[in-house]
Design a protein around this ligand. Structure first.
Ligand SMILES: Nc1ncnc2c1ncn2[C@@H]1O[C@H](COP(=O)(O)OP(=O)(O)O)[C@@H](O)[C@H]1O
Ligand SMILES: [Mg+2]
Length: 330
């Protein structure tokens, strides 16, 4: 009924098999050890009196139990756990690289857009400087006029530096998380893609509820919109759609902030419908498409933002729908 010196030997097997791990057993033993106990009356086994408690606890602490019973099994299991941890980390790293790669793929087009947006102010500045030089050489330039010309130059430089800032914000990975308005994100995305759509006389219509907001990374969200707009632009161009148009709508619905982007290019071919979100799926020439745009877009919305990205064909064309839980109101 009462435990003796040899009690550890008797209780050993039960504990080795019953306790899930040495760490867990030790956690409990450390707590018990600190108490000034008269006796322990366990649910299973004998009653342990004060003189035996200390010795029993220190022996139990060294007992191999649970995961530690079978050294080989244990090693394998620990190796598997390590390997899984490692794989998870590698996967996350790969994902981050892929994110950046997709952005870079669209970088070429971005640079063309910056160049396009800079062309006009640059040529204005150029003209102002040429005229000022000419007038100055003929001593026709007075102070007021110089002041005015310098002001014009300054205005154009400010515009140029704003353009570059828009692009820089977009390329900086993971700006801090926070609440943003869909309208802000749409504005950035439309600015970034403007040169591409404008060049081909595509109309971009925006209608939305200015209060719709989201908690998350704005530049990742912008990236999604940019990818969808670029795809719409590509297909409108490829199919030579008359009166090409991209319509962007956003609103709140049942606790969600919804963004819809629809084009009038005739839609996604039915046979591709199931595949467009696959990585590396593209119907474009190798030099034009990476097939990563929509895959990354889906990852951003569904993994990183816990939302939903879907598509369907309408009477006009493809309509992408992004739904994310509405952000907390400010
Ligand atoms: N608005 C759209 N209308 C029709 N097809 C589309 C549209 N957007 C995407 N697609 C199809 O989905 C494919 C995958 O798009 P994406 O993942 O962005 O890769 P990529 O643009 O590099 O081809 C495109 O190649 C195209 O065939
Ligand atoms: Mg694309």
């Amino acid at each position: 009924f009462y435990a003796k010196e040899d009690y550890f030997e008797k209780a050993k097997q039960f504990h080795a098999e019953y306790m899930p791990s040495k760490d867990i057993l030790n956690y409990a033993l450390n707590k018990i050890e600190r108490l000034d106990l008269e006796l322990i009356a366990p649910q299973h086994g004998s009653i342990i009196q004060k003189p035996y408690i200390g010795d029993l606890i220190s022996k139990m602490k060294n007992l191999d139990c649970g995961l530690y019973i079978d050294k080989k099994y244990n090693r394998e299991l620990i190796d598997i756990i390590d390997e899984l941890r490692h794989k998870d980390k590698a996967l996350k790293e790969k994902e981050a690289i892929l994110f950046q790669k997709a952005k870079m793929a669209e970088m070429g087009e971005m640079i063309a857009n910056i160049a396009h947006q800079w062309r006009q102010p640059l040529s204005i500045i150029n003209t102002i400087v040429a005229i000022a030089k000419e007038k100055n050489a003929l001593s026709l330039m007075n102070k007021d006029e110089l002041e005015k010309k310098l002001g014009e130059i300054e205005k154009n430089i400010v515009y140029m530096s704003h353009t570059i800032e828009d692009f820089m914000t977009f390329f900086r990975p993971n700006k801090e998380k926070g609440r943003f308005l869909i309208s802000e994100a749409v504005k950035s995305a439309v600015k970034i893609t403007f040169a591409s759509t404008d060049k081909h006389n595509m109309e971009v219509d925006i209608e939305g509820d200015g209060r719709a907001g989201i908690d998350g990374y704005i530049n990742e969200y912008v990236q999604v919109i940019v990818s969808v707009i670029f795809n719409a632009k590509d297909i409108l161009l490829e199919r030579k759609t008359p009166s090409p148009r991209i319509t962007i709508r956003y609103f709140s619905e049942k606790g969600q902030s919804i963004l819809e982007i629809e084009d009038n290019a005739g839609g996604i071919e039915e046979k591709y419908m199931q595949r467009i979100f696959e990585p590396y799926f593209t119907t474009k020439h190798r030099s034009m498409g990476t097939g990563l745009g929509l895959y990354i877009a889906k990852m951003i919305i569904e993994n990183s933002m816990d939302g939903e990205l879907s598509v369907k064909n309408t009477a006009l064309g493809a309509k992408f729908r992004i739904g994310v839980k509405s952000g907390t109101d400010k």
